[in-house]
Structure formats: C-alpha cells, structure tokens
Design a protein around this ligand. Structure first.
Ligand code: PXG
Length: 293
C-alpha cells in the first residue's frame, strides 16, 4: 500500500516499520491502543481518544514516553504524510521490548506507532438493511481481572466472542457481563430504543468500553431532546426494543434488526437510528482539529 508509518520518533515506509519479537505488546498483549477516524480533513474527537489512551496507559502503569500534545501532533502528522483526510488511524503504545519473562520492569522503552489508513468492518448492505446479532457464551472480562474500560492490546475476550458469531454465521455478537446483563458487542457499544422512545445503553459498570462514538451519539440525542439513559439492560429489554444499533469508531452507527432470532421492532432499521446516523455524519464535518490547515 506504500504507507508512511510513525514508529518511535520517525516516519518510515511500512516495510521498515518493524517491531521486536521481544516486544511485550506481541509476547503478552501488554499495551494500549486507539482506533480513530478522520473525516473531511479533521480528526474526529481527537482529544477524547488521546485522553482515553493516556487513561488506559495509566491503568496498566505504562509510563508514556511523550506528552498528550506530542501524541496529538503525531496523529495529525501521520495523516499529513499519507495525504489522508478521510480514513482510520490506529495508534498503539506497547510496553516495549523486554526479555522472555512477563515482568514489565524489564521493558525500558515503550514502543509507539501510528498507522493512518482505512477500514471497512461490514459490507455496505448491512448499513442499509441492518445486521443480525446473537448472544454468545463468552462473558465480558471481569473489571477486577482485566478491566473492559482499558483499551488494551489484549483482545482475546472479544475475539472469543467474535469466533462464536463467525461459527454461527452471524456478523456480530452481544456479550453479557458476569451477572448476565448486556455489556456490548465485540468491538462496538450497543443501544436500544424502548417503547417510550428512550435511548438506552449499558453503563461502563456493566462491562462496556466508554466508546467515543457512544458518547457522541448520546450528546447528539440529548441535544435533539431525546431521553437518554445509561442503565443495566437484559436480553429481555433488547428483544422488546423498537430499535437497536451498534456504535464504534470503525463501524460508526450500524442498525441491528434481529437478535437471537427475534426481529427488532418491525425488523427494519428504525427512524431514530437513521436520524442519529445522519446527525453523526453532520457532526463529523465540523468536529476535531484540521489535518491540513
Ligand atoms: N467496545 C469495544 C470493546 C471496542 O473495542 C468500542 C466499544 C467502540 O468505541 P469507540 O471509541 O471506537 O466508539 C470499541 C472500539 C474492530 C475494532 O475491528 C473495534 C474497535 C477497535 C479496534 C478494532 O471491530 N473498537
């Protein structure tokens, strides 16, 4: 593809963007990351993404080698070097190279890299017709074990769930938390609209990542005068919802029209879902710092 990658202080061609086999990001999934979108020459919600990256790092006691402002400049400059105005940015900070033991104290310098490219998670058809979800047996990580609020490189919990969906021939999975409440999808947050037109999404305490797209959608809905609630929800609530959709940086807003074989509402993407898709699209035109001035 001929991308230019930021890697540890340098901008290098992708074939030169190599990390050590002793990097603990690879050996142990020890690191943190962000997936960020650029729209219309702007990095959408850049401050929120960088803040979350630093909070994730703090949570795993990873000392960031550069400031938040320097990290923001890296994101913008990587876009510029790739002439990218619309696309998907992957920002990764690993514990760095160490030895074959898991002790992070052996890793003296975190590895930082940034890729500015593109992503399409689902075929266009799903955005028009909506997708099908199933609840899978894999439960979301326990907060006391591996906190789902940390966007870490350790995604096996989500990948287990994705494999279950793949084996069932369904594009996405709903993951429940240890108590059986709905947490989120494998890489997206979940929303429902109930029969009193309230928009509901599980709180972070239910095992959901506080998604940047989730927060943007909630803000938009509040501005539109829609009732918004963060509360625990069960599969019963999902089955009896009138609309359901997923949100994520990569997926954006995508309608879900069938859950565990039950059609949601009339089995077609709902009116409020379309409205939120449209409003989010509008917001991306003006939100975030410019890449090229
Ligand atoms: N929950 C989880 C577990 C995520 O990983 C989201 C929610 C949505 O958050 P944002 O901030 O993006 O609105 C994510 C983000 C993929 C993929 O291939 C998904 C994410 C990250 C990397 C890859 O589906 N998700």
């Amino acid at each position: 593809m001929g991308l230019i990658i930021y890697l540890d202080g340098q901008y290098v061609p992708e074939e030169k963007a190599l990390v050590s086999v002793f990097d603990h990001g690879l050996l142990y999934g020890d690191g943190v990351f962000e997936g960020i979108r650029a729209y219309h020459n702007r990095v959408f919600r850049m401050d929120e993404h960088i803040l979350r990256l630093y909070k994730s790092a703090r949570s795993i006691a990873l000392q960031m080698p550069i400031t938040e402002d320097e990290m923001k400049e890296i994101v913008l400059e990587t876009c510029r070097r790739n002439d990218l105005r619309d696309g998907y940015i992957r920002l990764v900070v690993t514990r760095g190279a160490g030895d074959l033991g898991l002790d992070p104290r052996k890793c003296h310098k975190p590895t930082v890299f940034c890729i500015a490219a593109s992503i399409q998670l689902y075929p266009e058809e799903f955005y028009q017709k909506g997708l099908e979800l199933i609840t899978v047996a894999t439960r979301r990580n326990l907060p006391e074990a591996c906190n789902p609020q940390v966007k870490s490189l350790n995604y096996l919990n989500n990948i287990y769930a994705k494999i279950e969906a793949n084996l069932a021939g369904v594009p996405e999975a709903i993951m429940l938390n240890q108590q059986g409440y709905v947490a989120e999808a494998t890489g997206d947050n979940i929303f429902i609209v109930d029969d009193s037109s309230t928009l509901i999404t599980p709180p972070a305490a239910a095992g959901a990542l506080e998604g940047v797209t989730r927060n943007a959608v909630m803000e938009i809905a509040v501005k539109k005068g829609i009732k918004v609630e963060e509360r625990m929800m069960t599969r019963y609530d999902v089955y009896n919802s009138l609309e359901c959709f997923l949100t994520g940086t990569a997926a954006e807003v995508i309608p879900a029209v069938k859950v565990d074989g039950r059609p949601i509402g009339d089995g077609m993407p709902g009116r409020l879902t379309w409205e939120l898709i449209e409003s989010l699209r509008e917001l991306t035109k003006t939100d975030g710092p410019l890449i090229f001035k």
